[in-house]
Design a protein around this ligand. Structure first.
Ligand code: GUN
Length: 295
């Protein structure tokens, strides 16, 4: 009996760290040429613990690459109208090249209203309808950050997508939907999108040369749902709480890692796979926005 070929673990931390070094070099070059240093502003509403952690990571990443940054905090009682006015202010602040509004927002504030208020050329999360639509343009603007990170991982690991059967599980506005379009437009792949109404999910995922999952359901994808030799990208990040975990919680992907990994050619772990790439994409988008606004 022949032994199965060992899989390659896709190391998002390493790729993210490589990207940060490249960006730091670009910042140094801009400094030398007397050009503006990229400036990211982060708006955080309320005191959700997970959001605070994500934002801390974003600030740390800005420091690592030498970007300027501004943190703007507001109480979760702020009205939508008031938050809109602050966004207008940042939209018009010439010193800020890009900014994000950390999600989730309190229930009385409409995410769509807020997102659409952000100037698309400063929308470094790539959340606006304009940037979503620009995926299918010849000159894409600022790419939705998580899908951009996934595409970058594939590119840096030389994983071919042209003509491949890609199955994306999850059709969310921020991940599954834009990722599917990128795979078609930039990756020239044949793409199937699955969601909660899909019948016989396993029959479809078993067809995938490249399987990407981002629904937030730990353990959804088991070994019987994966074709031998497939590439598996796990975009799920669910905080599972328990006293046995350091910090009181553990981050879980959507894939049963151990049993699935043995069947794959490449797989991303959680944590340390796609997660660090979201921040790397945010930084790449901020550099792009700065280069466009202040060449
Ligand atoms: N909340 C969880 N992930 C993200 C993200 O990538 N951007 C923003 N703005 N909020 C988030």
């Amino acid at each position: 009996m022949t032994e199965p070929t060992p899989y390659t673990l896709i190391d998002g931390r390493k790729v993210s760290s490589d990207i940060k070094l490249e960006l730091a070099a670009k910042v140094a070059e801009r400094k030398k040429l007397g050009k503006k240093i990229p400036h990211l502003a982060i708006i955080l509403v309320g005191d959700d613990g997970a959001s605070q952690t994500y934002v801390d990571h974003k600030v740390k990443a800005c420091k690592e690459v030498g970007f300027h940054y501004t943190m703007m905090r507001f109480a979760d009682t702020i009205s939508e109208d008031k938050l809109m006015k602050h966004i207008d202010h940042v939209n018009n602040d010439e010193d800020v090249d890009g900014f994000i509004v950390q999600l989730p927002l309190p229930p009385h504030i409409s995410v769509e209203n807020i997102t659409e208020k952000i100037r698309s050329d400063k929308d470094v999360d790539g959340f606006t309808n304009h940037n979503f639509g620009s995926i299918i343009s010849k000159n894409p603007l600022l790419m939705p950050a998580t899908p951009f990170g996934v595409m970058e991982l594939l590119r840096r690991y030389n994983i071919e997508t042209e003509g491949k059967n890609c199955v994306v599980v999850g059709a969310s506005r921020l991940v599954g939907a834009p990722l599917s379009m990128m795979l078609v437009e930039q990756g020239r792949a044949t793409v199937t999108i699955c969601h909660k109404y899909t019948k016989d999910l396993a029959a479809i995922t078993r067809q995938a040369d490249i399987l990407m999952v981002g629904v937030g359901k730990p353990g959804l994808i088991t070994a019987d749902m994966v074709k031998d030799g497939a590439v598996v990208i796990d975009i799920g990040t669910t905080r599972v709480e328990g006293p046995q975990f350091k910090n009181g919680f553990s981050l879980k992907g959507d894939v049963e890692f151990k049993e699935v990994a043995a069947k794959t050619s490449y797989i991303t772990p959680v944590p340390g796979g796609v997660g660090p790439m979201t921040i790397a994409s945010l930084l790449m988008n901020t550099m792009r926005a700065a280069e466009n606004l202040n060449p």
